[in-house]
Design a protein around this ligand. Structure first.
Ligand code: GLC
Ligand code: GLC
Length: 813
């Protein structure tokens, strides 16, 4: 039996970690809308409001030694023993340790020498603050006198300059102390209108706000001198590194329990309302928040609201499949991860620093597909934000900053897959909601006021951007890159000091074409055609269909390599992803997308391509991106060949794109293969947690591929398109519940051994209780569909009135 570090508690919707020494910090996310925190299983991590870079509240050191140092620490001094509920940072052996990661909350419990310390961390709904409810219990039969020290280290707001501009930073730090509240107000007197605070709901016996006084210059978080001495210094930070630490003396009778409520909060004040008196910050809003949360009863009520919020979100889609691993993935953790990726895109995780990328154009459109059923209003707003960064010719800024919502000049545009993702995202939104009004919204180009055109027109120019940028074979020009950011066919970089992602490209005169974009164009182009028909724009639909037909013909003529689809043509017009190549003969993206689009299905091309994927790309842990892996640098391919073989885009198992092949398998009706591929990358099925390394409850972007040193090792967990793609594939193509403009289409494609399952799906205000029966062990094809006791022809459940409860039975052939 492989070593286990924890297990699922499905009834509580929690993952329970029982050993603090996980193979990597296993984290969770706090917060639902503006105020967020990342928290590890040993209480590490940090907090921010709205933007992980510009409004960072607490400091975090990346890639530190030891890993994951700094965070929300409570030090308990019991006689001469100092320990922490989450084991770190003192690492004093505990008698019991447990961390429960749940839906936007984490609770960590430690026990030592008869004292139990349990901390519940969460951000109440609509609140700019994190609650830390600490419950101390004396389980012995003697009176216990404890000394308790809290600890948070402030970040000087801009997480990027915080790490580098020390000649300034060491002089700017300012705090205010008011009773049990420590306020962090660095730069508030000049251009900032925000401050942060850390409070506790009882009087304190002391405090510290200066890091050096608290820790001692030569000590780490594991041995703060103040804690070792058992005496706070009452330090007031002037520059250097401000922190917040409360000191409490606590006496607990035998059996007694005490709750303490700590609040880590953030406030923005209006310009003319910043001060209480000269130099004294206006604390009104902080006090309001603290008084809303100053008793255990109030905190527990807020916690219940958060749980109800999740009850509600997770009630929209629910499967009972008979396989608990599938159920927990689909019903709980995958939906949760989709919400997190929607909120954070690729910004803040233990692999993304929160100071790098903004919101990706393609990433955010894909994330939307996993989230739109949960809170469609937020998806709507996101679509408008994304579309507003498009250029008038249909090209797009590749990223935008969440705080300003402006396109990011650093990276610019020219990724030629981007426009099609807008069609993909918008059609997903429309099918879920039926909210066609969004198509009439005036949306600017590059955020320039006055440039507005309707969202529908944005879709048209997105579609046209592909056909206006075709290469010599009538296939889409790739531009800087398509979905694979690392296949840089126009980059030709030989300077290690430039980034593949931002350097100038030589697209002028390039012949580099992408078969991945071709597949995406056919797949999402059909969505566009269907939408036009839905709107009665038949001439436009016909026009678009002709371009799609031309694209299919071009792929069949120039994109077929004999046994699989080519990946691309390079700058010079030479084949990429062909048996003629020395390395990188076959790629997942083009084969996935062309199969999804059913190109050459009748002629057997899809079958051949999928069989080749199975033969050449599949492995024990999932489907690798390309094969053979690149073993040297190819200047004409760029970053892809920069990675060691088996990692990332160079033959790693990119979990994001495995679903494309799964959908491809459903297109040819092979539910067995689709589900087998899925189980390989789905964390709930992964047995060896030590090898997998990262969190066992969320998908990771990548597992090391078959050519890597340690195949199957996970990296880049949490923030990845993998979440949305697996959700979309599982629910719509495997379990087969597809939202359409006119109802729910039932079209499962499953493993023959799945004999029956039930799904509850809330859709446009009605609740559908769907029972799928597969008595003959088939993989696909509805024989009969009974809706509210009546058999109907076809496989579309029509729309029912809001509030209806609809019973459906579907029987497979
Ligand atoms: C990363 C990026 C995504 C890209 C993928 C493949 O996950 O966020 O935009 O498509 O890598 O390169
Ligand atoms: C990298 C990664 C890729 C990511 C890109 C954009 O090179 O390999 O996954 O999408 O950077 O940041």
């Amino acid at each position: 039996m492989a070593k286990e570090y924890g297990h699922y508690d499905d009834a509580a919707r929690e993952y329970v970690i029982t050993d603090p020494c996980t193979p990597w910090p296993w984290i969770n996310y706090l917060g639902t809308e503006d105020f967020f925190g990342l928290i590890s299983n040993t209480a590490g991590g940090y907090s921010f409001c709205k933007d992980a870079r510009f409004r960072r509240i607490t400091r975090y050191r990346y890639n530190g030694v030891p890993m994951d140092a700094g965070g929300r620490y409570f030090y308990i001094k019991d006689g001469d023993t100092v320990w922490n509920p989450g084991w770190k940072p003192c690492k004093t052996p505990l008698d019991f340790y447990e961390c429960r990661h749940g839906m936007n909350y984490t609770s960590i419990e430690g026990r030592k020498d008869g004292i139990t310390a349990k901390v519940l961390f969460f951000v109440p709904l609509k609140t700019w603050a994190e609650v830390q409810k600490l419950t101390l219990t004396n389980t012995t039969d003697v009176v216990k006198k404890l000394k308790l020290f809290s600890f948070q280290e402030w970040c000087l707001w801009n997480a990027s300059t915080d790490m580098e501009n020390f000649q300034r930073n060491f002089s700017t730090g300012e705090v205010e102390i008011d009773g049990s509240v420590i306020y962090h107000k660095t730069e508030y007197k000049e251009r900032r209108n925000h401050y942060a605070y850390y409070s506790v709901n009882v009087p304190v016996q002391g405090f510290d706000t200066d890091r050096e006084s608290f820790l001692g210059l030569y000590n780490g978080f594991d041995a703060p001198q103040v804690v070792l001495e058992g005496k706070p210094r009452g330090s007031v930070a002037h520059g250097w590194s401000p922190i917040a630490s409360h000191y409490l003396e606590i006496e607990l009778k035998p059996g007694e329990s005490r709750d303490l409520i700590f609040i880590l909060g953030y406030v923005e004040n209006a310009q003319d309302d910043k001060w209480e008196s000269k130099g004294v910050i206006n604390k009104r809003m902080a006090r309001e928040t603290m008084s809303r949360l100053d008793t255990p009863v109030k905190v527990d009520a807020e916690f219940r609201k958060l749980n109800e919020y999740w009850d509600n979100l997770l009630s929209i889609f629910n499967v009972e499949s008979g396989d608990e691993r599938m159920d927990r993935t689909v019903n709980i953790w995958n939906q949760y991860q989709c919400m997190i990726t929607f909120c954070f895109s690729r910004s803040a995780s233990f692999f993304e620093s929160g100071i790098g990328r903004g919101m990706g154009f393609r990433d955010s459109n894909q994330d939307l597909i996993g989230f739109v059923h949960q809170i469609p209003e937020r998806a709507r707003e996101r679509i408008i934000d994304i579309a507003s960064t498009q250029f008038a010719d249909g090209g797009c800024y590749h990223q935008y900053q969440p705080l300003t919502k402006r396109g990011n000049d650093g990276i610019g545009g020219g990724f030629n897959d981007d426009p099609m993702w807008l069609i993909f995202g918008v059609c997903g939104y429309l099918r879920e909601t039926g909210d066609f009004s969004i198509l009439d919204e005036p949306v600017p180009f590059d955020n320039v006021p006055g440039s507005e055109k309707s969202l529908f027109e944005h879709l048209t120019i997105s579609f046209d951007h592909v056909i206006n940028n075709l290469g010599p074979h009538g296939l889409p020009l790739i531009g800087r890159a398509d979905w694979n950011d690392c296949l840089n066919l126009n980059c030709f970089s030989n300077d290690p000091d430039e980034s593949f992602q931002t350097t100038e490209n030589k697209t002028e005169g390039s012949k580099a074409e992408s078969l991945m974009i071709a597949g995406l164009f056919v797949f999402s182009g059909r969505d566009y055609v269907e939408l036009c028909r839905q709107l009665g724009k038949n001439a436009e639909a016909d026009r678009a269909q002709r371009h799609i037909d031309d694209m299919i013909a071009a792929v069949e003529k120039y994109g077929w390599d004999g046994n699989w689809f080519l990946r691309a043509y390079d700058y010079y017009g030479r084949k990429v992803g062909s048996h003629e190549n020395e390395e990188g003969q076959i790629f997942i993206e083009s084969n996935g997308w062309c199969a999804m689009a059913g190109i050459g299905l009748k002629e057997g091309l899809c079958d051949k391509a999928l069989d080749s994927v199975k033969e050449r790309l599949d492995s024990e842990h999932g489907i690798v991106l390309n094969n053979p892996a690149f073993t040297r640098y190819y200047i004409e391919y760029g970053e892809i060949s920069s990675y060691p073989a088996g990692y990332k885009e160079n033959a790693g198992i990119f979990c994001h794109n495995n679903p494309w092949v799964m959908i491809g398998e459903t297109v040819r009706g092979n539910g067995k293969a689709a589900m087998e591929y899925w189980r390989k990358i789905c964390p709930a099925y992964i047995e060896d947690q030590t090898l997998h390394k990262v969190e066992p409850y969320v998908y990771s972007q990548m597992l090391a591929g078959k050519d890597a040193f340690r195949p199957g090792e996970g990296k880049n967990s949490w923030l990845t398109g993998t979440a949305a793609w697996n959700w979309y594939t599982n629910t719509q193509f495997i379990l087969g519940i597809k939202p359409t403009y006119n109802g729910l289409e039932i079209d499962p494609c499953i493993s023959p051994d799945m004999k029956e399952y039930k799904i509850t799906r809330k859709f446009r205000g009605a609740t559908y209780q769907i029972e799928i029966k597969n008595p003959n062990g088939s993989m696909r094809g509805i024989k009969s569909l009974i809706v509210e006791g009546k058999e109907i022809t076809g496989n579309l459940i029509p729309l029912f009135a809001e509030g209806s409860k609809v019973h459906v039975t579907a029987i497979l052939q």
